[in-house]
Design a protein around this ligand. Structure first.
Ligand code: URA
Length: 237
């Protein structure tokens, strides 16, 4: 079930805000009845009409992208910066599943399927996110353990399920650390490392659930296969 205004917006007829105006002004019918309540939930079986026109559901599209640095993960930007949507030529109203910072690279999924996105954004054991971070400094065992037992960022405790020191560069005083988390809080990885005394110089997401970046160079994308989509839905149970 999804909110009526979201379903209307996803059909591509108008924006979410305009959809809300159409609902409250009595221009929207669900199964023949005018609905003016904004929170109304509808399913794919409901017949929705806007100004007496039945809306067609936009076909679902699913992509995996290797996000380059210098793109924001939203559908538009008031400062006219490039967005990840610019990298995928489609008319569908796709959006990124979760966020990567402007300077973060790597694996990003995009879709216009809200349920698919919700499954992956849920902080569950099944949806792990693996990042490779370059730190300014060389992390010690004690701090690795701290990240695994739990650190507090913005008042909540989060923990990494795995932290592996991959490479040490004594000369530059940097190291590469692979970290696995299950939530997707804003700037989570950077804040976790900051909480134990390091800043992240570079960050790349390597994996989300069973997806990886195999065969995708920076800026490249591909459509997901129906099998991959089904596998995501199977994570729900
Ligand atoms: N954690 C961060 O700090 N930044 C990202 O882009 C993703 C996870």
């Amino acid at each position: 079930m999804e909110r009526l205004q979201k379903v209307i917006a996803q059909s591509g007829v108008t924006s979410r805000r305009k959809a809300e105006e159409l609902i409250t002004s009595g221009k929207v019918k669900v199964n023949g009845n005018i609905v003016t309540e904004l929170g109304t939930k509808v399913s794919s079986k409901d017949k929705i009409e806007v100004n007496n026109q039945i809306i067609e559901k936009e076909p679902r599209e699913y992509y995996i992208l290797n996000k380059p640095r210098g793109y924001i993960t939203s559908t538009s930007d008031e400062h006219h910066r490039k967005t990840v949507i610019d990298l995928i030529p489609t008319k569908a109203r796709i959006y990124p599943v979760g966020r990567l910072d402007y300077d973060t690279t790597g694996l990003l999924l995009l879709t216009n399927d809200g349920e698919f996105a919700n499954i992956l954004m849920h902080p569950s054991e099944k949806v792990e996110k693996v990042y490779m971070a370059k730190l300014n400094g060389i992390i010690k065992g004690e701090q690795i353990n701290q990240l695994k037992t739990g650190v507090t960022i913005d008042g909540v405790t989060v923990q990494a399920s795995r932290v592996k020191l991959k490479k040490v560069n004594e000369k530059n005083n940097t190291c590469m650390v692979q970290i696995t988390i299950h939530e997707g809080k804003n700037h989570q990885v950077k804040k976790m490392f900051e909480s134990v005394g390091y800043s992240v110089e570079k960050l790349k997401r390597e994996k989300v659930a069973f997806f990886n970046l195999k065969d995708l160079q920076s800026g490249e994308y591909r459509k997901l296969t129906p099998k991959e989509v089904a596998k995501v839905y199977a994570l729900k149970q």
